[in-house]
Design a protein around this ligand. Structure first.
Ligand code: DGL
Length: 282
């Protein structure tokens, strides 16, 4: 039997932010900069990351577990700050799970707000997308972009080595030069008319120095953090029925499914402040 979460049990609660691991902290950092007045609760499923090479079924199952956990903490609004989860699980959760699980609560992703930005930047209509194998295989960016801008052409390219480079703190190393250059060259060989490239994975902003070194001149790079933050601010303004449930204490709590002694030091590098995480089991 489906369990419905009652909406009047907790009036105000933090905004939930979920990622498979560390990467979503880049989005959280920008959200907190833009909307510092709210409380946040971050969950990183580090024990089961990366999601990008997992099956769609597992990404959905794991993401739904995290969503239920955040709802149980009282969150009325959850941001899936993970492209793989947004691409592979969000639609099913919104359409199939939310109506029975928590009809008055919301789960939002990062793909749609990113896509809304594309039209302002491109002149050629040829858009490149870098992402995990899961995100690229899902074709979520293709579907969203081609639906919003008929005539635009989307060129997806999976970069399976980029997340491990970041997680292993090799984003400034020589290995990063090799893989970033190789993937950019392959994308641009696929279509030299690409003038706008989406970094469709939360880890990729940490490779921005290398990406800027190897991107051809005149090619725009779209980073998601500030875009998602602006989009959330706009959403909260347009949806007072959700905003009224978001508590305003300026705090942030961190939860991880891995060992917090492993999570906390690296997480503090991502968010630029001390992190003292707590372990959870989803
Ligand atoms: N956070 C994931 C994303 O944005 C990248 C890491 C992973 O593969 O789990 O797609």
């Amino acid at each position: 039997m489906a369990i419905t979460i009652e909406d009047n049990d907790i009036l105000r609660a933090p905004i939930g932010v979920f990622d498979s691991g560390f990467g979503g902290l880049t989005i959280l950092r920008d959200i907190r900069q833009r909307l510092p007045q709210y409380d946040y609760l971050f969950v990183g499923d580090n024990a089961r990351a990366p999601y990008g090479t997992r099956s769609r079924e597992l990404v959905y199952e794991f993401t739904l577990q995290a969503v239920k956990h955040l709802f149980a903490q009282g969150c009325h609004l959850i941001i899936l700050a993970c492209n793989t989860a947004s691409a592979e699980a969000l639609r099913t959760i919104q359409q199939n799970d939310l109506p029975t699980l928590a009809p008055n609560r919301r789960v939002l992703g990062v793909v749609r707000p990113t896509v809304e930005k594309v039209g302002e930047l491109t002149r050629t209509g040829h858009i490149g997308v870098f992402g995990t194998p899961g995100t690229i295989a899902s074709r979520s960016y293709n579907i969203e972009i081609e639906g919003m801008y008929p005539g635009f052409k989307v060129h997806g390219h999976a970069c399976p080595m980029w997340v491990p480079l970041v997680e292993n703190r090799e984003s400034e190393g020589d290995g990063a030069d090799y893989f970033v250059k190789k993937d950019i060259d392959q994308l641009m060989n696929d279509c030299p008319d690409i003038d706008t490239v989406i970094l469709g994975c939360t880890h990729y902003p940490l490779l921005i120095n290398k990406i800027n070194r190897y991107r051809p001149q005149g090619v725009n790079i779209i980073q998601q953090g500030p875009i998602v933050a602006d989009s959330l601010a706009d959403y909260l303004q347009r949806h007072p029925e959700i905003e009224q449930h978001c508590s305003r204490g300026g705090s942030c709590r961190y939860y991880t499914t891995e060992d917090p002694d492993h999570f906390s030091p690296l997480a503090s590098v991502f968010v630029n402040e001390p992190v003292n995480a707590t372990r959870i089991i989803l």
